[in-house]
Design a protein around this ligand. Structure first.
Ligand SMILES: Nc1ncnc2c1ncn2[C@@H]1O[C@H](COP(=O)(O)OP(=O)(O)OP(=O)(O)O)[C@@H](O)[C@H]1O
Length: 371
């Protein structure tokens, strides 16, 4: 029925709604044992991609599989994939426990599992309360409980932190990390990097339906070249000494200090000491990850004809581009998610579409029932 891998593969996925190119040639893998963040600003195409992954929208081109199968071929999908696209749709007068019982019955799951998942998401005490009176954060938790009913191997969550307070976000982080730590697969979307930064290992950043970065979050972090800001007694003398030491690129800052890219505090201190220049202050500065995310995805509404290239980053940006950031689809240097070889070109070798798949008519025939 499926290969049991818990792997998500999205390959050249494309969706047009009339003139709107919602998703354009998107490719990425999500491996078990990791949490992948699917990030982009409002309207970037995140939900459309997740809906295609979950068989709710037919792609214009490309395909997506879970466990090696299109969602609609996954026999009893609720036992493979737990998905939350919207934390809505609860019957307002039905208690949390009864809401879950309806789904459990449909999936052939014993009632006892309902209380288990309510405890898992921290709603044990609210089991008897009506869902209509729940806060947004509680609804998120109840939606997650519903997704967990079938003890799935894969979790797909659209904006799961939406509506959660800081404590709720911290709880979600711990929960998802431990879920993935047990060898399961987690794909979560968000329009805020800061919200999921501490939760995710891998990241797919999209803007206007196209990949802007795909790789490990750590690689994105490391790719931002740091600079050292120094306040010397004699700036000219220090800049000269740095040049002599082969450390070029120093520029004055607006407040009378100098900024030296790609060096360590120790290197600057050593050069200054040797040159007899006093340092009244020296510190390393690294571009903020959120700022880089903003730069990668800005222009969504300014609508340039082509996605931004690094050379077009706004002035003042001192971070260097991550190796893989070259839109539309290119892997970051050193990032090899899903066995992709970053040296092999911008788009990974496309495996053949899953059996029974017709690009224009969707999935035809094949085994397994629909959800
Ligand atoms: N059913 C639809 N019909 C027409 N256009 C659609 C439809 N669904 C989505 N779109 C358009 O596709 C684009 C991507 O929308 P999508 O909801 O996937 O983005 P998103 O990244 O999930 O945004 P958000 O963070 O705001 O939820 C948007 O321009 C949206 O207006």
């Amino acid at each position: 029925m499926h290969d049991g891998s818990g792997r998500i593969v999205v390959q050249n996925l494309t969706k047009h709604f009339g003139q709107v190119g919602a998703v354009q040639n998107l490719s990425f893998h999500v491996e078990p044992g990791s949490v992948t963040g699917f990030l982009g600003p409002n309207g970037a195409g995140k939900t459309t991609t997740l809906r295609m992954l979950l068989g709710l929208v037919t792609p214009t081109a490309g395909w997506a599989t879970i466990n090696g199968q299109p969602f609609n071929h996954l026999g009893n999908p609720g036992r493979v994939v737990g998905a939350v696209l919207e934390a809505q749709g609860f019957h307002p007068t039905r208690s949390a426990r009864n809401h879950l019982r309806v789904y459990a019955a449909a999936m052939g799951i014993p009632d006892q599992r309902c209380d288990e998942v309510l405890h898992l998401v921290g709603l044990g005490e609210a089991a008897h309360r009506k869902a209509g009176g729940f806060s947004l954060g509680m609804k998120q938790r109840l939606a997650l409980a519903t997704a967990l009913l079938g003890d799935p191997q894969v979790l797909v969550l659209d904006e799961p932190a939406n509506g959660l307070d800081p404590e709720g976000i911290a709880w979600l982080r711990t929960f998802l990390r431990s879920f993935a730590g047990g060898g399961r697969t987690v794909l979560i979307s968000s329009h805020l990097l800061a919200e999921v930064e501490q939760t995710i290992d891998q990241v797919v950043i999209i803007s206007r339906g196209q990949t802007m970065y795909y790789g490990m979050l750590d690689d994105l972090r490391k790719s931002q070249q740091s600079r050292v800001i120094a306040q010397p007694s004699d700036p000219n003398k220090l800049v000269g000494a740095l040049q002599e030491a082969g450390l070029s690129g120093a520029t004055p800052t607006q407040d009378g200090k100098i900024a030296i890219p790609g060096v360590t505090v120790q290197q600057v201190g050593d050069v200054a000491a040797k040159a007899g220049v006093a340092l009244y202050g020296v510190q390393e500065e690294r571009a903020d990850l959120e700022e880089l995310f903003f730069r990668l995805t800005s222009g969504q509404y300014a609508a340039p004809q082509n996605p931004p290239q690094f050379g077009q980053l706004p002035p003042g940006a001192h971070g260097t581009p991550p190796g893989g950031y070259a839109a539309p689809v290119q892997l970051p240097q050193g990032a090899q998610p899903g066995g992709w070889n970053p040296q092999s070109g911008p788009v990974p070798q496309a495996p053949p579409p899953p059996q029974g798949y017709d690009q224009h008519q969707g999935y035809q025939g094949g085994q397994g029932g629909n959800a």
